[in-house]
Design a protein around this ligand. Structure first.
Ligand code: NAD
Length: 356
């Protein structure tokens, strides 16, 4: 198969970690007989330096023309004093919007070799953590009207939260489709005891659930979900929720699996094109020092193969290679523990590539 991947190295540790992910993708291409064509484009700080814009039109065009997009991270102190709408992160928001990406997928998976790195009690971690948070990405309160006005001599701020049926329907459908390829359970998280948007969410989710009789479906209030993630994470398979709840719960879910450097993400829209990136930022404090953990980006490449190219065996090969590298006790600094071997970003990447 031949596929085109738009590659955005980005800022800070971005170039180092993406380099390793590309090496791993090349190993996959060789082993499985595929050709991946990489089209490197600029976004964020690097794009501001080169063109004056955080997301040049040429970048969006190249991403729209590609089969998938792989991104490192953007941003850093160099661009922090720019006005809000000119900053590198705005480029990323504009790209997500330009690509119509409404579903954000974040796996919370505890690698057995890293069980000790989980802040959860050993018996809870031992029950296994392997679930996926599916977050609505371009609606809800983050995209509602925001205003601050003087009312009766004091400031009053308002943020509007709204959801339309079709916005809920498409994200819930994404969750059910993914659950069909997993352990066939969907937990829809809302605050239906208080919010109208949540009551609509629940109504739509229950309608979609009826179309998937094979999938076990449940509703959970967001406050309970926050507790259950630390009390009994093994109960979850696919969790689907609105933008702000998903923002918070997906961070909680990633923390229980250890280092932030390990966690990939996917953002999907209509069709198969998606944007794949680790959940962490550009880590300017360790950039250029060969200290970054490339695994989050490498696992993002695995998600890219699975969700955009439907290459299940290839994705599994990357995940198995990561497992093996961890079982060999190789660790970057962020996940180092006693008795393990400290390696740099490049060594971690080349080891995983060699294990494909
Ligand atoms: P960060 O995720 O970059 O770093 C937080 C801490 O985690 C740092 O100590 C860093 O060294 C460490 N860390 C992060 N990724 C790591 C990895 N792969 N290996 C080892 N250690 C790692 O968050 P921050 O410091 O708040 O933000 C830094 C910059 O990144 C800011 O400009 C921010 O706006 C930007 N940012 C970008 C994205 C993105 O591109 N999606 C996301 C978050 C933050």
């Amino acid at each position: 198969m031949q596929k085109t991947i738009a590659v955005i190295k980005g800022d800070g540790i971005g170039p180092e970690i993406v380099e390793q992910a590309l090496q791993v993708l090349q190993a996959v291409a060789q082993k499985f007989g595929h050709t991946f064509v990489y089209n490197q484009v600029l976004l964020g700080g690097a794009a501001i330096d080169a063109t004056g814009e955080a997301m040049p039109q040429a970048t969006l065009d190249a991403c729209l023309a590609a089969d998938a997009v792989l991104l490192g991270a953007v941003g850093g102190p160099k661009w922090e004093n720019l006005p809000g709408d000119k900053r590198p992160e705005k480029g990323l928001l504009a790209l997500r919007k330009g690509l119509g990406l409404y579903a954000n997928l974040r796996p919370a998976r505890l690698f057995s070799a890293l069980a000790a790195a989980s802040p959860l009690r050993a018996d809870i971690a031992a029950a296994g953590i392997d679930f996926l948070v599916v977050r609505e990405l371009i609606g809800g309160v983050y995209f509602g009207e925001h205003s601050t006005a003087m009312v009766n001599g004091e400031k009053k701020a308002t943020d509007v939260m709204s959801y339309a049926e079709d916005e809920v329907e498409r994200i819930v459908r994404t969750a059910f489709t993914i659950a069909m390829g997993r352990r066939k359970k969907v937990t829809s998280v809302d605050k239906a005891n208080v919010l109208d948007t949540s009551r609509l969410w629940r109504e739509v989710a229950e309608k979609i659930a009826a179309e998937y009789p094979e999938v076990t479906y449940e509703n959970m209030l967001v406050d309970n979900a926050a507790m259950q993630i630390v009390k009994n994470p093994a109960q979850f398979d696919v969790m689907v929720t609105e933008n702000m709840f998903g923002d918070i719960l997906s961070d909680e879910a990633s923390m229980i699996t250890g280092s932030i450097g390990m966690i990939p993400s996917a953002s999907l829209g209509e069709g198969t094109r998606g944007l794949y990136e680790p959940i962490h930022g550009s880590a300017p404090d360790i950039a250029g020092q060969d200290k970054a953990n490339p695994v989050g980006t490498i696992l993002s490449a695995a998600m890219l193969l699975r969700h955009s190219f439907n290459m299940q065996a290839e994705a599994a090969a990357i995940e198995a290679a990561v497992d093996k590298a961890l079982a060999q006790n190789l660790r970057t600094g962020d996940m180092m523990s006693e008795g393990c071997v400290l390696v740099g970003c490049a060594k971690m990447g080349s080891t995983i590539a060699a294990l494909i």
